[in-house]
Design a protein around this ligand. Structure first.
Ligand code: ATP
Length: 583
């Protein structure tokens, strides 16, 4: 977006914010000020919810529970023990965060629907505790007599002081959210949402990223709950009710799942809509419902999306260095293999996908892995990169036991891969995708992060399209971008799963040339492909799998002349065809 567009979009917002401040300071009645105070509280809760629901893309139904925990921690300590705000507020934030940390281990591993159900169950459990643990929580009636916010001699009982204090904290929450959502992290979240399969290949730890989002959502929820009870001066099971969660979800969807503006619009609108429509008496709920539905239909990305810059957090991550020539020299003693796999076996139910496979790869070698469909080639690639585990055997690369390391650790160690279907985050530009992989590479590679990203882009001849979004690229370019992404962390071993599939001959030639250059720089490359027109001139060595067993491994021409290979592989294709083999 160019600066003039930005300015044009920003003016209505600046004017709107100014009008709101003037209204709050000079025209709002004490009731209006109370509604505005509640809006500020909800802004904090929604900002937190955006981390897990928007950025991490996980439907958490626990935000109401975190709000309630914050409310009860403050409510109990303040009303029963007279503890002051200076202590109760951080304890409310810590209480909600602790709960999130405790439930994160079992809950965050769950896939989408199960995650939603588990978080819903957590809310219901807490609600039951609040209602039934009468001695502590006051039961269904809750605990009255929560004192107002006081810091030293200063008190924010109600009206303007409370309103300004709450919005002051909302601004602090906005600053924390901005700090947490720096471009590199937003890009990592985008990768996690757009290409879950390839997250480890980017060097991103999906578990840690999700945990961070969950903890932040809980901390913000707890803070909002604490402020809520000081505003209402009573804590009751309603603060843990599903209604709070639905309100938060609706605000986030209507305002926008990303960005401060989305949280502010959603919170202001949802707290004021019932007030504006109250004159319709018993029909007001219908009117509010219809309006919300219309908003969701006409602004599916939230009302903030009308102000385009609000969601455009994808600024370039770094200033790329000048392309140079990276040495992909492996961190192994000269002459030692970069990959050593022995006796690898893997069974899926009744299928023996791999059966006692031995394979070694040296620096600068390009090894072609061939075999009919279902021979076990992808299974081997998955085992090398940690996506699948072998039942038996040893596998090491440059000092790392690949059988025990996580896929993210393996990628960070310098074992890169591409996928049969290119896995790229549609929402990022080529530069952002490659830089994200560079930024998340291991410590050693990280030192040269941005330079490696720029070099990878140049090596794959992508400089002209570096600022194009991955989602708009044709298939051939997506394959090259994926190779650039794989190179960005400075790997010593590259595993490519059918890199020529679906490419025109000239595109295949471009990829082959890139791979030759990389091998010349010391990179060990394992290329899985059926296409012998592509592989034959490229690979220095061929290995052939059949029904999970390695039936040949050696110089290209010897393997192709091998009887077992001829029977297993060429027996399945027309003798005249050398490409597009299919079984
Ligand atoms: P293709 O050339 O068609 O990609 P491939 O040589 O890569 O085949 P694999 O994908 O490794 O073969 O599959 C080897 C065997 O293991 C196949 O019979 C496949 O159905 C089976 N298999 C692979 N992954 C799984 C899985 N996750 N669950 C069950 N069976 C699997």
């Amino acid at each position: 977006m160019n600066p003039s567009t930005l300015t044009r979009h920003r003016w209505p917002l600046v004017a709107g914010a100014g009008a709101l401040v003037i209204y709050a300071l000079f025209f709002a009645s004490s009731y209006d000020q109370r509604i505005l105070t509640l809006s500020g509280i909800y802004v904090i809760m929604v900002l937190g919810y955006q981390f897990i629901f928007g950025h991490a893309g996980a439907l958490s139904l626990a935000q109401g529970a975190f709000f309630g925990v914050g409310a009860y921690v403050t409510g109990i300590l303040a009303s029963k023990f007279g503890t002051g705000f200076v202590l109760t507020f951080p304890l409310s934030v810590a209480g909600a965060s602790m709960l999130a940390l405790i439930v994160a281990v079992p809950v965050l591993r769950l896939a989408s629907h199960y995650f939603a159900l588990a978080t819903l169950a957590l809310s219901q459990l807490l609600l039951l505790i609040a209602v039934n643990w009468e001695a502590v929580t006051g039961g269904a009636n809750g605990l009255p007599g929560v004192p107002p916010i006081s810091i030293g001699d200063w008190q924010a009982t109600r009206g303007l002081p409370l309103l300004l204090f709450v919005w002051g904290l909302a601004v602090v929450a906005m600053l924390i959210a901005r700090w947490q959502l720096r471009p590199a992290r937003v890009a990592a979240f985008t990768v996690m949402r757009d290409t879950p399969l390839a997250v480890p290949a980017f060097g991103i730890d999906p578990g840690l990223l999700r945990l961070r989002a969950f903890l932040l959502s809980a901390a913000f929820g707890g803070a909002a709950g604490a402020l809520f009870v000081h505003t209402n001066r009573v804590v009751s099971p309603e603060t843990l009710g599903f209604g709070v969660m639905i309100t938060c979800l609706t605000m986030t969807v209507v305002g926008g799942r990303f960005g401060i503006l989305g949280a502010v619009i959603g919170a202001l609108l949802l707290t004021h809509l019932p007030e504006w429509f109250r004159g319709l008496d018993e029909y007001y709920l219908v009117a509010v419902g219809v309006l919300l539905l219309a908003m969701v239909v006409f602004a599916p990305d939230g009302l903030a999306s009308f102000f385009k810059f609000s969601g455009s957090t994808h600024t370039p991550i770094s200033t790329p260095a000048q392309p140079g020539s990276t040495e992909y020299a492996p961190p192994v003693a000269s002459g030692r293999p970069v990959l050593e796999a022995s006796n690898m076996s893997r069974r899926y139910g009744g299928v023996q996908a791999l059966d006692g496979v031995d394979l070694a790869l040296g620096a600068g070698e390009i090894v072609g892995l061939i075999g009919p469909n279902g021979a076990g080639k992808t299974t081997l690639a998955n085992i090398i990169t940690g996506i699948a585990r072998a039942d038996t055997g040893n596998i090491r690369s440059a000092g790392l036991d690949l059988a025990r390391a996580t896929p993210t650790a393996i990628a960070r160690h310098g074992v890169a891969r591409t996928f049969q279907t290119p896995q790229l985050p549609d929402g990022l530009t080529v530069r952002e995708a490659v830089e994200t992989a560079a930024a998340n590479a291991g410590d050693t590679a990280n030192v040269r992060g941005a330079a490696t990203a720029a070099e990878a882009i140049a090596t794959c001849d992508l400089s002209d399209i570096a600022d194009t979004r991955c989602g708009t690229l044709p298939h051939g370019l997506r394959r090259r971008v994926e190779i650039a992404r794989a190179l960005a962390g400075g790997p010593h071993l590259l595993v490519l799963d059918e890199p020529a599939a679906g490419l025109a001959p000239e595109e295949q030639a471009e990829i082959a040339q890139i791979l030759r250059t990389l091998a010349g720089s010391g990179l060990a490359i394992l290329v899985i492909d059926h296409n012998l027109e592509f592989l034959q001139p490229l690979a220095t060595r061929l290995a052939c799998l059949d029904a999970g067993r390695l039936i040949a491994d050696g110089p290209r021409d010897d393997v192709l002349a091998n009887d077992a290979v001829q029977a297993a592989y060429f027996g399945l294709v027309m003798p005249t065809s050398t490409s597009g083999v299919s079984a």
